[in-house]
Write a protein that binds this ligand. Structure first.
Ligand code: FES
Ligand SMILES: [Fe+2]
Length: 433
């Protein structure tokens, strides 16, 4: 018997396919998720100099992250206040002023309207101070990662990150200077809902040995089946957090073509010199592979010797842009930086052998879930339900053996909480009627 049921049943751990395509859900997400969450904008290493900027995106709205003449990083909607045209049309640059290509209004790196053609014909009531770029009210950074929030009343970024900070530290603070993000961003557009990508990075370790099976003969995965053998919780484990963030720690592996001796010597040095702000347990995890996810749409991978960041940019109920960056330790020698960049591009970017599998699976899932009859039967997120362990040590969040879907449903649980919006009447119950 087909039934509508609730959009997200957190107890039974099921999710309705309708959340992945309904236009009304998407509009509510823009208001209740993307307008209220901390969203990744860029990395401090990309905008080190005054007046440097990168293009960013906040829930489908184009944004510029721009370091002002005073050294402060600000974010603005990338849309002209005159008639809406995008004022910045490149991914990255440096300029004191950006000029709109339509009628030539120009804006400085503090967001002020700095020049207006035919200025004298605007009359006496025109006040340029009212027509500066629309500024994102909150911009904060953690470990080099810069986030923005459209909600002026939002909790601090540190509080928003919550339990995931402990794990972020193992990857973004493993050396004193942190990470550096290389110039160049890859973008791919997929006809899928953004949540198919986000939920996977929330902790879907089950798909690895099936969807990425073809990586095994290529030598790209040491032993994908190790995740099914109850690998020791020491290095291979999943973390889910109340904030909807997720983490998977994976035994270290390197891709073919890696100069293993040189690589191991470098990693050993990183471990030996890890800063003292990390605990011994955190230091140990600096060398493991990691897939991390910050709710709602930012993720990174440190695996197979590469290191990359990614953003799942919603562009419609059934359209998502995925943005990919490559990164490395800021003080790594050039060979290690280049290796990190190449390995990440080869495996985990738009044309990477690993991502090609995921893209295909998401496209197939999206096609399947919009079927007229299929849409009424909820999806299953019950892997681990009732057999999850309770492990307690200094590692925060809920820890479990891999594979488990507690992180995947954890993403949907948080989504559900925010979509209910704290109103008198839960939106999702209302929508399911
Ligand atoms: S739209 Fe930008 S100057 Fe007219
Ligand atoms: Fe994958």
């Amino acid at each position: 018997m087909l039934s509508d049921g609730p959009f997200v049943d957190v107890e039974r751990r099921t999710v309705s396919p309708r959340v992945f395509y309904e236009p009304e859900v998407y509009e509510r997400e823009r208001a209740l998720i993307f307008a209220r969450s901390w969203l990744y904008l860029g990395h401090e290493s990309e905008i080190e100099e005054k007046n440097s900027y990168v293009s960013a995106d906040m829930g489908g709205d184009p944004v510029i992250l721009w370091r002002g003449p005073d050294g402060k990083a600000r974010a603005f909607l990338n849309t002209c206040t005159h008639r809406g045209v995008k004022i910045c049309r490149v991914d990255r640059g440096k300029s004191k002023v950006l000029t709109c290509p339509y009628h030539g209004w120009s804006f400085n790196s503090a967001g002020e309207l700095a020049g207006v053609p035919a200025r004298e014909r605007y009359g006496p009531t025109f006040n340029p101070q009212e027509w500066g770029l629309l500024e994102v009210p909150r911009v904060e950074a953690y470990a080099g990662l810069v986030f923005g929030n459209m909600n002026p009343e939002a909790e601090s970024l540190v509080d928003f990150l919550g339990d995931i900070r402990w794990y972020l530290d193992t990857q973004f603070k493993r050396t004193a200077k942190g990470r550096v993000v290389f110039p160049g961003v890859q973008k791919i557009t997929l006809d899928v809902n953004w949540k198919l990508a986000s939920e996977q990075f929330g902790g879907d370790s089950l798909h690895v040995s099936t969807a990425h099976r073809s990586c095994k003969p290529l030598g790209m995965l040491g032993d994908p089946n190790k995740f099914h053998k109850g690998a020791p919780l020491q290095y291979d484990f999943n973390v889910s957090t109340d904030q909807g963030h997720g983490w998977a720690s994976l035994s270290p592996d390197v891709a073919p073509g890696t100069p293993v001796e040189q690589f191991d010597a470098y990693e050993a040095e990183v471990y030996r010199n890890a800063p003292d702000c990390l605990t011994p347990r955190q230091k140990e995890l600096t060398l493991t592979g990691a897939v991390g996810f910050v709710f709602p749409n930012f993720a990174f991978i440190s695996f197979l010797g590469g290191f990359g960041l990614r953003l799942f940019v919603p562009k419609g109920p059934q359209k998502t842009e995925v943005w990919f960056w490559s990164a490395a330790d800021a003080e790594a020698p050039d060979w290690r930086k280049e290796l990190s960049r190449q390995l990440n591009i080869r495996s985990f970017t738009a044309g990477g052998v690993v991502d090609a599998d995921d893209n295909e699976m998401w496209l197939q899932a999206q096609k399947g879930l919009t079927g007229y009859f299929r849409r009424n039967k909820p999806f299953n997120y019950q892997l681990g339900l009732g057999i999850e362990g309770v492990y307690e040590d200094e590692r925060p969040g809920r820890l479990d053996n891999i594979p488990i879907e507690s992180g995947v449903i954890g993403f949907h649980r948080r989504w559900h909480q925010l979509m209910e919006g704290g109103g008198d009447r839960p939106y999702l119950a209302e929508a399911a009627e």
